[in-house]
Design a protein. Sequence first.
Length: 517
Amino acid sequence: MNKQILFSVTLASLTIANGNAQKQNSLERVSRQPNIILFLVDDMGWQDTSLPFWTQETHYNEVYETPNMERLAKKGMMFTQAYACNISSATRCSLITGANACRHRVTNWTLERDKATDRSSETIQVPDWNYNGVSQVPGTPNTFVGTSFVELLKQNGYHTIHCGKAHFGSIDTPGENPTHWGFEVNIAGHAAGGLATYLSEKNYGHSRDGKPYSLMAIPGLENYWGTGVFATEALTQEAIKALDRAKKYNQPFYLYMAHYAIHVPVDKDMRFYPKYVRKGLSDKEAAYASLIEGMDKSLGDLMDWVEKNGEADNTVILFMSDNGGLAAEPAWRDGTPHTQNYPLNSGKGSLYEGGIREPMIVSWPGVVAADTRCDKYLMIEDFYPTILEIAGIKNYKTVSPVDGISFMPLLKGMGDPSKGRTLVWNFPNIWGNDGPGINLDCAIRQDDWKLVYYYETGKKELFNIPDDIGEKNNVADQNPEIVTHLSKQLGNYLRATGAQRPSFKLTNKPCPWPDEI
C-alpha cells in the first residue's frame, strides 16, 4: 500500500477512535452523579450584589461589585423569590434536616448548651424552644432529631466536604460537629454562628498562646495565623486543597462552602477596601463592600477550579444566603445599619421580605438553561430533596418528616410547585434587635398574598407582594376574607407541625393562634 494512503488511513482511524473515546467519556460524565457545590453566604441581603434580583437596578447594585455572581448567573438560573428563615440557626437546621422551622423548633440563634438566647420581656414568656439545635441522634434535651441529607449523599458514593460556618448544634452537643452530619472533611466548622474576627493578625480570635479568647474564634486555621490572609481567603484556599484531594478519589464530591462572610464584625478586606473608599463610600460602607467582594472572589476561585480541572460540565453550583442583611436598628453601636435591603422592608431577624428573601443562583450545564430567571418562590428546606434528586437519590428514609419540596421542575422548566403552595415562618422569640416585624410573630405566603401575625398584640398585616414588594401598604382591612383564609391556613400549619407560641406572663396563658383572633 502506498505510504501516503497508509498514513491517511491510519490518521483517519486514530481520529475516529479518538472521537469515539471522547464521546464515550462524555457519556460517562453525563451518566455519573454530578459534583455538587452549595455556596451559602451568611447574612447576605437581596441587594448586596451588582446582580439585580429585582425588576430594576438599585443604587446598591451599582455600588457593590460581584462579577462572579454575574458570571454564575450567565451560566445558570437566577431565583428572584428564594426564601430562607429570618435567623441563621433556623435556616441551617432546615437545610440539613429538610424540616420547616415550625417543626424543628430551632427558631432563634444557638450557641451554648442549655442556654436560650432570647432577650427578656416584662410581659411575654417565650416557649422552651430547641436552643441546643439539631442532631442526628436522640438524647440531648431541647434538640430536634433529623436525618442529614449529607449522610445520605455519603452513603450513595459522594465524598463530602464542609468548609466554614456550621451552626447546626450548640457547644457540647452532637450537632455541633459537621462530621456527625455525614461530612468526611470538616474545615473550620463548629457551634458558633459568627466569627470573632476575619483578621489573621488577631489569629481569627485566638490569643498568642493559641487559646481562643472568644466563643466565636474560628478553629482549624492555625497555618494562616499572622500571615495577613483574610479569613474568607483562608477558607477558600483550604476548600481548594480539599477539592484537589477529592479529584483523586474518582467519586463525585459535595462541597458545602459555608462562608462566615458577610457576618459581623465588618473588618476591612484590604484587597478591596481602598477601591470602595475611592468610590466615595464611608469607612463603614467600604469595609462592608469589601466583605461582599471577598466572598464573590471565593465563588470565582471555586468556579475557576471546576473549569481548570475538567469538571465544569458535571458540576452543579447552588448559591444562597441564610437570611437577610443586617439592616435593623441598632446594627451598629452608633445606631446606624451597615446595609440596607431596599426595596425590601427591614432585614435580618424580621419576617418582612428584607429578612427572609435571598439571592439565589443555580448552574447545572446541560440541565438548567443558561442566563435565565425564575420568579416562582421556594423555601430553604426545599434544598434537601432537590440536592438528593440532583444526585439521583430517590429512595431514602428519614427519622422525621421532610417538609421541603423539590424545585427540580423549576430548574428544568417543567412545572411550578409554588402554585397554590403555602410557605410558613414562625418566630415566637425575642431577638437582639428592635423594630417592626422583628419579634414574636409568624407569617404565611400563598401565591401573591402574605400575612404577618403578631402573637403579643394580635395584629395582622396583609400584603400583596408583587404589587407591594416593600410591604408598605397593609391591606388587611380591605381584604377580610383573605385575612380569614390565610389565618386559618397558618393556624392549621402551626398546630400540625407542633409549632410553639409564646405566652403572657400575667395570665400564664398562651398567646392565641392566628385563627383564634
